[in-house]
Design a protein around this ligand. Sequence first.
Ligand code: ARG
Length: 247
Amino acid sequence: MLFRSAALAGCGSSDKLIMGTNAAFPPFEYTTSQGLVGEFDGIDVAIANKIAENVGKELQIEDMEFDGLVASVSTGKVDMVVAGMTATDERKQSVDFSDPYYVASQVIVVAPDNTDITSAEDLKNDKTVGVVLGYTGDNIVTNDLQLAEDKVTRANRGIDIVQDVKNGKLDAVVIDSATGKALAEKNGLKIVEDPQAFETEEYAIAVKKGNTELLDKINETLSEMKASGEIEQLAMEYDEKLAENNQ
Ligand code: ARG
């Protein structure tokens, strides 16, 4: 079992590489009885393990709300954020990002029998829409689609807000593609894609501004993993692993 106390993370012990994440984002990070690192598992956990190996430290994972991740790395509470985080211009003002390691886009999760939401535009027809606070999906729904505030519900975890589509409290959830697919499968829901409305997003690892030493190591590990096909392999493996767990 790993220590997860903030106090320990803050002491900056040099034999540990501390990863900040929000482990409610399968297949990138989630908790399970037997994870890769303690209770934590997922594509990002596997990548972070390789980075830790490369820097010769033991990986320690700090699980927190997504909305607090940028602050936690920029204040040095964690060494890096590996959280399926989209490298947005806004975030680039506060942290430095690695090279991208995954391309995603947003999708709409709806009930299996839903027929009146077939595009992002349809969400504007008085639909109740859930997002996760601070995710790029929140930004898109709020600023690009400009949905009425009283139609938007913001949750702290994707795995919770998708439940609200299942139990009929919300018409739709806008969330990242791989996670949307995983959560839709798990809950018997379906996804609607709209590549015209939802641009592609690149996931990258965030470090404190100016931490080039760690950033170089991260990029080195990522470029090896990309060249060897390991990241694609992980994406396939975790898709299968999650699909099996749903049966
Ligand atoms: N890609 C989206 C963003 O950067 C969502 C990431 C959510 N990640 C997580 N570990 N919960 O805003």
